[in-house]
Design a protein around this ligand. Structure first.
Ligand code: G3P
Ligand code: MG
Length: 406
């Protein structure tokens, strides 16, 4: 049987997904380039910019895509601002930027880089609390959280090493977890909840590697009394409470950084991402609680593209980067009229930019490439403003729209 096309998979998946405002394909209202009708713009400051997705646009897993370097170095040669906007993560921004600079052969900076968990760095309310950090390689995401200022970050691996019975099915990984775990700040002791390990927030930073262990630990925390591991909330299943008593007993909030069910890795077919883990968690949660049929939902916050907070965050970063680039220009830089969002995933890159209403009235123009999740000839679940072959085609098309002349 032929493999289902990606758009079939995504269409199947999108049936269950919350809908953001649909968008009709709008032509790009581009203005004349430097010599716009309103006369010369201060010192050639472009009134447009770019936001580039990474996986499936610039890279396939760790390998740079063939024309990514040319696309970015052309923009740098023209002083046309751009940022990288990815649902990926798992390393601190500075590490990722150094890595990408080397791979893509263009000098990048954290000021022009937004990854899925970058907004977590602003969540000061949890920095003096105990947070559970899930996902990524080893305990790299814990280190990212600490560099964001989180004082006490615990991983499922830490819990497993100290209490292997918490998850019977990763015993073969115990030696591995011993290489990247730390002693817990408190023991798990349900008999003395006041001194037992208590989780105040759960952050899924990146694609989990050991779904079984991570899923079990997250469930345990969400079903606990006040986030105290090893306990069970008496409110669970009680119809007197909202959500049938689930997550109604001071349990910690649950944050996901990236909704992607599928992403473009090295393999020729898209792979399950953090969104796949969340769907698995939702499935087990529904089985345990009775789920929607029983009036129970999994209360959570999902960040990343296509969600508005990520685009607001990215636009702010792009505007600040543009101001930094042209800081020597006298007077105002003029309005940033258009941002070309170049992505490979209709569900995140295209839906996100199509539905983003910029507080600066900047027009986010969605451009879909065929080098990642989306494949030539498929009908994308969300209609982009333009479909092109790859990232260089996207840049060439956009600068033509802008009549940008060297
Ligand atoms: O885990 C990363 C993946 O979900 C997609 O990343 O760069 O295509 O937004 P990106
Ligand atoms: Mg992508």
């Amino acid at each position: 049987m032929a493999a289902p096309s990606v758009s079939t998979l995504l269409r199947l998946a999108s049936r269950t997904r919350p809908r953001l405002a649909p968008c009709t394909r709008r032509p790009v209202q581009a203005h004349r380039s430097q010599q716009s009708a309103a006369g010369p713009r201060p010192s050639g400051v472009p009134e447009f910019a770019f936001a580039f997705d990474i996986d499936g646009v610039l890279l396939r897993s760790a390998d740079p895509l063939p024309r990514a370097h040319r696309a970015l170095s052309y923009l740098q040669s023209q002083s046309i601002p751009f940022i990288l906007l990815t649902n990926g993560g798992g390393k601190h921004e500075s590490e990722r930027v150094a890595d990408l600079t080397e791979k893509l052969g263009v000098t990048l900076d954290t000021a022009m880089f937004v990854q899925s968990h970058t907004p977590f760095a602003d969540m000061d309310e949890y920095k003096s609390k105990t947070v559970l950090v899930v996902g990524g390689d080893d305990d790299k995401c814990r280190h990212v959280a600490e560099r964001y200022g989180f004082k006490t970050a615990v991983t499922p691996g830490d819990i497993f090493v100290q209490y292997p019975a918490v998850w019977p099915f990763s015993q073969h990984l115990l030696d591995y977890y011993k290489t990247c775990s730390r002693p817990l700040p408190r023991p798990i002791d349900p008999d003395s909840p006041e001194t037992s390990l208590k989780i105040d927030a759960i952050f899924v930073y990146n694609d989990p590697r050991d779904w079984g262990l991570d899923l079990q630990i997250v469930q345990d925390v969400l079903l606990s009394h006040r986030g105290i591991l090893g306990t069970w909330s008496e409110k669970n299943g009680k119809t007197a409470f909202p959500n049938k008593g689930f997550q109604q007993d001071g349990q910690p909030p649950l944050y996901f950084s990236n909704p992607d069910l599928l992403w473009a890795a090295k393999y020729h077919l898209p792979r399950l991402g953090q969104g796949g883990f969340r769907e698995a968690l939702e499935g087990v949660w529904a089985a345990l609680t009775g789920g929607k049929d029983n009036g129970v939902e999994l209360i959570k916050t999902v960040g990343g593209k296509p969600h508005r907070p990520t685009y607001e965050f990215a636009e702010k970063r792009l505007i600040a980067h543009r101001q930094q680039m042209f800081r020597k220009v006298d007077g105002s830089l003029g309005h940033l009229k258009r941002v070309y969002m170049v992505g490979d995933n209709p569900e995140s890159d295209i839906l996100g930019s199509n539905s983003f209403k910029s507080p600066h009235e900047t027009d986010w123009v969605s451009v879909l490439v065929q080098t990642g999740v989306y494949k030539k000839g498929e009908v994308p679940a969300h209609e982009p403003r333009m479909v092109v072959g790859d990232v260089l085609d996207a840049v060439n098309w956009a600068v033509r729209q802008e009549r940008w002349s060297v």
